[in-house]
Design a protein around this ligand. Sequence first.
Ligand SMILES: [Zn+2]
Length: 168
Amino acid sequence: MTAPSPAAFFADSMLGRLARWLRILGYDTAYERVAPDQAIIDRVLREDRWLLTRDGYMAKRRVLRGRHTLLTSDRLEEQLQQLKRELQLDLAIDPRRASRCAECNLALKPVPHEEAARLVPAFVAGRHAELTSCAGCGRIYWPGTHWSDLLARLERLRGPDPARVVGP
Ligand SMILES: [Zn+2]
């Protein structure tokens, strides 16, 4: 009855923030700030991606064969909630899905402990066992305040009453 969640997404230009969060959650999410509709459609079909759009006109394009979600809200929490409801998207940080770089969409790799001390301030290296890095841009990620905030928001989305999501 329920189709499996899409393996890869393409977020249109109005959904940059959603794209970054999907990447951190470990979902392969292509995003281009500026792209003509036809280029977006070509890439979605070529790479077998699921289109996420705020554009009602795009959502009517038959060539997409229904492989899209028309997001109904501008608010991140409500967008994630809609994806969870309609695509059964898992909004937990799951170690079986490597987080991706919010900027590059590349899967993050664990940083060996001896290397970590060289890359980040000592107080960070000492406190966080799990540093990851992006081979594309060299950014180092660790579960700091940004992640706590993310996890708290997602925790709210997983709450017992998903209709009542309250944002900041
Ligand atoms: Zn990167």
